[in-house]
Design a binder for this molecule. Structure first.
Ligand SMILES: Nc1ncnc2c1ncn2[C@@H]1O[C@H](COP(=O)(O)OP(=O)(O)OP(=O)(O)O)[C@@H](O)[C@H]1O
Ligand SMILES: [Mg+2]
Length: 373
């Protein structure tokens, strides 16, 4: 990603939580004020980030990789990779993680007249400080494109032959003080052709070259557990691979974990629903929310967010099932929901199952917990 765009993203601030209104205050709003308040709510909700225990586990695992890489001798470093199905939230999570690291690592650095952080190379020369970079791999990316993407992180041109570009990319990363290089969508690397070996070898080469300055590669990709990238012995031997998965609700523990996520979101939106009560979502609608979203956090945020807006617009100021019924989610969520609603007609090969009865877990205990972990 262009360095200025990445810097702007990292230094941007999430939309503020609007001031909560009581029922009486809502009633006193003019039509225009009401619209403006609901628009503010919508902006805030669309940027809400749901943080989960699983994400904390991933954060700890990356921290361990970084620590080991910092302490290990120069040379090829450990690589961290995050995998998971499409739309589970890999990029969202990693971008936020990258943003936090970037902000930590530029703290205290000198800035130039553009407001960008810089590092001194010698008495009369300085370079932009880019401690964390973010790159999206495009479809069928091979060696040259990977080099051009790295150079693009520093706003540098990508002309020249492959060998020269590799040297330039490695030099640029060193000159700009890069400690973490995040590659998103690595499943798009062009590895499944006869020259695919060169792409893998290139990733290893970059990892070794940048390892001399302690840089860590972080790879993010859809379902990469079985990819040639992860199975390559040289990469696999120094790789920590973590998954992000949608929430499931087959066991009582899984249901409690889901309720915990719903409760977290409920606690954020409840101040804006003055007729709502604690438990409105995580006790009364947790099963319905799972059926609608199949445990995907982005869909959960969209569904609850749209319901908050609908409940504010129609003056009920609390979320009920009818609000959810009127909201259409993405094609995956709606398609799977239809499939789950017709269990008998499911294909024999389908592995998708809906919880038969949200209220009771397989062992007969109540899954509806007042205190989800
Ligand atoms: N923790 C979260 N809290 C709120 N919204 C989220 C969260 N994670 C993801 N989303 C939303 O879900 C949607 C999909 O997320 P994202 O693009 O990060 O998925 P992905 O796993 O990178 O998918 P792909 O493999 O297709 O690139 C986005 O709209 C994002 O805003
Ligand atoms: Mg993504």
């Amino acid at each position: 990603m262009d360095p200025q765009l990445w810097h702007d993203y990292c230094t941007s601030v999430d939309a503020a939580d609007p001031v909560p209104l009581s029922l009486r205050q809502w009633k006193r709003l003019s039509q225009v004020e009401r619209r403006m308040h609901i628009d503010g709510l919508q902006r805030w909700i669309s940027q809400l980030f749901i943080e989960t225990e699983e994400m904390k586990g991933v954060t700890d695992a990356i921290a361990n990789t970084l620590r080991r890489n910092k302490d290990s001798p120069p040379g090829a470093k450990e690589i961290f990779a995050l995998s998971g199905p499409n739309a589970v939230g890999k990029s969202t999570f990693m971008m936020r993680w990258g943003r936090e690291r970037y902000l930590q690592m530029i703290t205290g650095a000198a800035t130039d007249e553009r407001g960008r952080t810089v590092m001194k190379l010698d008495d009369d020369c300085e370079a932009d400080l880019c401690p964390v970079t973010w790159t999206h791999i495009p479809a069928r990316a091979a060696v040259k494109v990977v080099n051009q993407l790295i150079l693009g992180c520093y706003g540098l041109p990508g002309d020249g032959d492959v060998g020269q570009l590799t040297t330039n990319a490695v030099r640029a990363a060193r000159r700009h003080g890069t400690q973490i290089l995040i590659f998103d969508d690595v499943h798009l690397l062009y590895t499944d052709w006869k020259g695919g070996r060169f792409v893998l070898d290139h990733i290893k080469h970059i990892n070794t070259e940048l390892g001399y300055t302690g840089t860590t590669l972080v790879l993010v990709g859809a379902n990469i557990e079985d990819s040639v990238l992860v199975r390559d012995p040289q990469i696999a031997g120094r790789l920590t691979l973590k998954p992000l998965a949608p929430y499931q609700v087959h066991t009582i523990d899984e249901r409690r974990a889901w309720q915990g996520v719903v409760r977290q979101l409920e606690e954020r939106v409840l101040p804006h629903l003055p007729a709502g009560e604690p438990g409105m979502l995580f006790l009364e609608l947790a099963g319905e929310l799972w059926l609608r979203t199949q445990g995907f956090l982005g869909d959960l945020k969209t569904l609850v967010g749209e319901a908050v807006v609908a409940a504010s617009e129609d003056g009920t100021h609390r979320i009920v099932r009818e609000h959810l019924n009127r909201i259409e989610l993405c094609a995956r969520a709606e398609g799977t929901r239809r499939e789950l609603a017709q269990p008998r007609r499911r294909s024999a090969r389908s592995t998708r199952t809906a919880p038969d009865d949200w209220g009771s877990a397989p062992d007969g205990q109540s899954a509806v917990s007042q205190t989800p972990q």
